[in-house]
Ligand binder design. Structure first.
Ligand code: AVI
Length: 315
């Protein structure tokens, strides 16, 4: 892991357009900051998707065409604390649907916590946690002939470029069978002021979340970034529908990273690109599933039209 991080930092900071992959946001501090972000008034995404799970629970079940007498496997990629999913799980359990819930996550700690809360809140639910890489875990389902519903929520797919999302969905589609479904949560393309505010909150939590990546380089790779000489800069192109976040060097400076035994020069106002947060519409969803066996079969949207859960079915 540390070798992979080292290599990513070296490659990203040596590039003409400096960049660092956003997947490295999520250390212990980054996880905690992301929980704070999800509770921010400006960060509408989590609330919008929760509203769908809370107010349209029955519609989710009917749109997925789930039948009480047909067993299915409900598999969640990156389950987190399961706040939204719990709404669906409670109803499925109450109505005696025949299924097992398989939350998959990299973090065993997150899975243990989720398992514990579910045991208390929905004691009769069958939870089978699976720790590891999504595709490695999905491999282990290959021999199962049961119907599958995959949940991939929170617009997590938006942190992939469209090319990467396409490959991701091709791999996912290849590991599924006819009739299996993906319940995909995505943030929708909308006005600039709403999106930019979500990525530039007034308390500066999102800025701290981005700057934490420099902290990680300092602690894990013995870097000497002066954190206060970098500023968080979010951008959003309404036509393209992509939010991007950058850190900008406020001065001309050199940063030394001991683990790489290398200095990196930053010009004043030079940017490091950290994250893409893609926003979607039907056309973009259709273009990222173009090379897969998925077809849009339905979609649910919150009352503000901010967020959608697409049902993509293998045909
Ligand atoms: C996890 N992901 C969907 C978040 C997003 O909206 O792109 C990460 C995030 N970055 C800044 N705020 C939240």
């Amino acid at each position: 892991m540390i070798e992979e991080f080292k290599e990513a930092v070296n490659k990203g900071l040596s590039a003409k357009n400096k960049n660092l992959p956003s997947k490295y946001f999520y250390d212990k501090k980054g996880d905690a900051l992301f929980v704070e972000i999800m509770n921010l008034p400006e960060y509408y995404l989590t609330r919008a998707e929760y509203e769908i799970f809370k107010n349209q629970t029955l519609k989710i079940i009917t749109s997925l065409n789930l039948k009480k007498d047909t067993y299915f496997e409900l598999i969640e990629l990156g389950a987190g604390d399961g706040t939204k999913t719990k709404e669906l799980l409670k109803l499925l359990d109450k109505e005696a649907y025949d299924f097992d819930y398989f939350p998959i996550d990299f973090s065993q700690n997150a899975l243990d916590n989720l398992d514990k809360t579910l045991q208390t809140e929905i004691p009769s639910l069958s939870v089978k946690t699976k720790q590891g890489d999504y595709f490695k875990v999905l491999e282990s389902f290959k021999d199962s002939k049961h119907q599958k519903v995959i949940l991939f929520l929170g617009s997590n797919i938006g942190n992939m470029t469209d090319d990467i999302a396409n490959v991701f969905l091709q791999n996912l589609s290849a590991s599924l069978a006819l009739g299996d479904q993906l319940f995909l949560g995505v943030d929708l393309i909308k006005a600039k002021d709403i999106v930019l505010t979500a990525y530039n909150d007034s308390k500066g939590i999102t800025a701290a979340f981005n700057l934490n990546l420099l902290n990680r380089i300092n602690t894990e790779l013995k870097g000497n970034f002066a954190i206060n000489t970098f500023k968080h800069l979010p951008e959003y192109d309404e036509i393209e529908g992509i939010a991007k976040s950058f850190l900008v060097s406020t001065k001309d400076q050199d940063v030394f990273v001991e683990a790489l035994n290398k200095s990196f020069h930053f010009y004043k106002d030079e940017k490091i690109h950290l994250e893409v947060s893609r926003k979607y519409n039907d056309d973009i969803i259709n273009s990222i599933i173009a090379k897969t066996k998925f077809k849009i079969s339905d979609k649910l949207t919150d009352s503000n039209n901010y967020f959608s859960n697409y049902i993509l079915k293998i045909v």
